[in-house]
Design a binder for this molecule. Structure first.
Ligand code: GLN
Length: 598
């Protein structure tokens, strides 16, 4: 028999404390302390036909419209996979790993929610089947089920409902937005849908709104939109005992009235609640699309929550949002930023960087074209040719050896040619290696991640990491404060503040034994961890814009508050591209468009 605690999750927060388990009743539905029934409404967002339709985008845009109305919203993503978090997932398969301030490694959709809602989320906003089952198995070993056989229904579904109600109680939300990963019909998310059905039954009428996203096919050979796949997908949902309240039809083009009528007939959903959601050039235009169609008020009415709406709040919030969206597409400059990485074939693995560049570009009214540069083939010999038409580069985060020498060559080229440079995490480490090799003359300089036996380990594993075995959830993770050195570029970019907070996800760092030699040769470490010799920001004062950080600043860039390092990079790239114009320098640009403290 397994020992007690064998299945225990490392994170105690994930473990529910079930207070009211009765061995006899079939009504197993643990309610967390402080839960006020009727206070929180629930919107469930499900996908049919296929995944990748933008459930997270739909859900976050609707949540934004509700937040604008003065309502408190709390999103949660439920993933079907058995991993405890997204930390060990390959970005090739699953998109980037998004890191929350509390260190949770989660799905990239959480990034969409944070950006849209301008809100920091926590591990309470993310669940996987791995977490749910881990918690159940822990309780079972602990004897919490008092002799009962532990079943999918009611225990596993009870655990899901507990997670949702706990989020409601902790946030005091008016609406919890629940996004279920995958597609209706997937074995791995079926129990989530069952839990939603139970929750809606227990909470009573008008407490929950089921929204199904579907896809309308338009085969080229037919030249017309077909609704059958959508009908079947919705039917499958209905077979699970869920009657959708709202249907959103994703499609390449606007969906015809006839097709929407057909879907209405087959789904029992009134025609006026069948919405059209065609492809959009920018996701930031989707809130207006949904608002114009009246989705927000329809949902408010369905949930009988109209009386909580604050229209003055909405007017102000909407005006602020429109100030931002008005700038989309009205750029009067254009720059090209090279992103040098090894996952360049899968854009989703750099989703936050793409977003952060977009935010900075929109704020500075400059279109920011991205040029993807695969570093596995870059050498000192061909780097100039590869970077000749870019106005700045980002060397992004990464793991392992592949492409590392190419990234070092890019950092060298940028340093020597006054090309604006932003190094992120692994990119920061590559800039340190390059500087050590070519400026300090430490020809053997390297990272022990790349060459474990190198004789110049300027980048080495964190002392606290040396003791840890395995690869899951054991990096230096989450938000940390960074102490800024007065009068440096970083200090000015962040609004002359002593300290900023950014998010980290790394195992290696600058070996403190090399700090002195690097600084003597002209590298400035302008950001450090308070009370620890961990170097977190570097810069080169002799260069127009050369900055790197051990953190991932892209994770906290928001449309209404672009991240200063990205703003600095785009501003520097603009100055380089338009040398004859009097454009703001990086510091002036960040003062103008970033929310700053002074
Ligand atoms: N591989 C490096 C480290 O573990 C950088 C990680 C990253 O770029 N996220 O420190």
């Amino acid at each position: 028999m397994a020992k007690k605690g064998t299945f225990m999750s490392k994170d105690k927060d994930l473990l529910a404390s079930v207070s009211d388990i009765s061995t006899e009743s079939e009504f197993f539905s643990p309610i967390p302390a402080g839960y006020k029934k009727g206070k929180t409404r629930y919107c469930f967002v499900l996908g049919t036909v296929m995944s990748g339709l933008g459930k997270g985008i739909f859900s976050s845009c609707l949540a934004l419209l509700m937040q604008d109305k003065g309502l408190k919203v709390a999103p949660i993503k439920l993933e079907g996979y058995l991993n405890i978090d997204s930390g060990t997932l390959n970005p090739f398969r699953h998109g980037e790993v998004f890191v929350l301030d509390d260190g949770m490694e989660c799905d990239m959709d959480l990034g969409t929610y944070e950006r849209m809602l301008d809100m920091d989320l926590t591990r309470a906003n993310f669940a996987t089947s791995g977490q749910i089952f881990s918690s159940i198995l822990h309780k079972e070993r602990h004897g919490d089920y008092l002799g009962r056989d532990v079943q999918m229904i009611p225990h596993v579904t009870g655990e899901v409902k507990l997670k949702l109600r706990r989020l409601a109680a902790e946030t005091d939300a008016d609406i919890v937005f629940v996004e279920i990963g995958g597609t209706v019909g997937d074995l791995e998310n079926a129990y989530y849908i069952e839990a939603m059905r139970e929750l809606a039954y227990e909470e009573g009428p008008n407490s929950c709104c089921f929204m199904a996203l579907t896809y309308i096919l338009e085969p080229k050979t037919l030249g017309e939109q077909k609704s059958k796949a959508a009908q079947l997908g919705i039917k499958q949902l209905m077979q699970l005992g869920v009657q959708p309240d709202i249907i959103a039809c994703r499609a390449a083009n606007p969906v015809s009235e006839k097709v929407r009528q057909k879907i209405s007939v087959y789904s029992n959903v009134p025609f006026e609640r069948i919405f059209d959601m065609p492809d959009s050039a920018s996701i930031y235009m989707i809130p207006a699309m949904l608002r114009d169609a009246g989705l927000d008020f329809k949902v408010a009415r369905l949930l009988k929550i109209d009386d909580r709406i604050d229209l003055r709040h909405e007017r102000k919030a909407w005006a602020r949002w429109c100030d931002f969206t008005d700038k989309i597409g009205s750029a009067n400059h254009q720059v090209t930023i090279g992103i040098t990485g090894k996952y360049t074939s899968v854009r989703d693995s750099y989703a936050s960087i793409i977003n952060a560049l977009e935010h900075a570009g929109i704020a500075l009214t400059s279109e920011t074209e991205i040029k993807w540069i695969e570093t596995t083939t870059i050498t000192d010999g061909n780097v100039a040719d590869n970077l000749k038409d870019v106005d700045g580069i980002i060397v992004p985060g990464g793991f392992g050896t592949r492409g590392a020498e190419g990234k070092i060559a890019c950092a060298k080229y940028a340093r020597e040619n006054n090309l604006p440079f932003l190094g992120l995490c692994f990119g920061f480490q590559m800039a340190v290696i390059e500087f050590a090799r070519n400026v300090c003359g430490l020809t053997e300089a390297n990272s022990t991640e790349i060459d474990p036996d190198c004789t110049g380990p300027v980048i080495d594993i964190l002392p606290e990491q040396k003791k840890i075995e395995g690869l899951g959830g054991n990096m230096r993770l989450g938000g940390r404060d960074i102490e800024l050195k007065a009068r440096t570029l970083a200090w000015k970019l962040f609004g002359k503040t002593d300290s900023v907070r950014m998010r980290f996800r790394h195992r290696y760092e600058v070996d403190p034994r090399y700090i002195e030699v690097l600084e003597k040769a002209g590298l400035v470490f302008s950001g450090k961890a308070p009370n620890q010799p961990i170097m977190q920001i570097l810069e080169l004062p002799s260069h127009p814009f050369f900055i790197g950080t051990q953190a991932h600043p892209c994770l906290t860039s928001r449309p209404l508050n672009p991240q200063p390092m990205f703003v600095g990079l785009v501003a520097a790239a603009m100055q380089r591209h338009y040398p004859d114009e009097k454009l703001p320098d990086p510091v002036q640009a960040s003062r103008k468009v970033c929310r700053q403290t002074d």
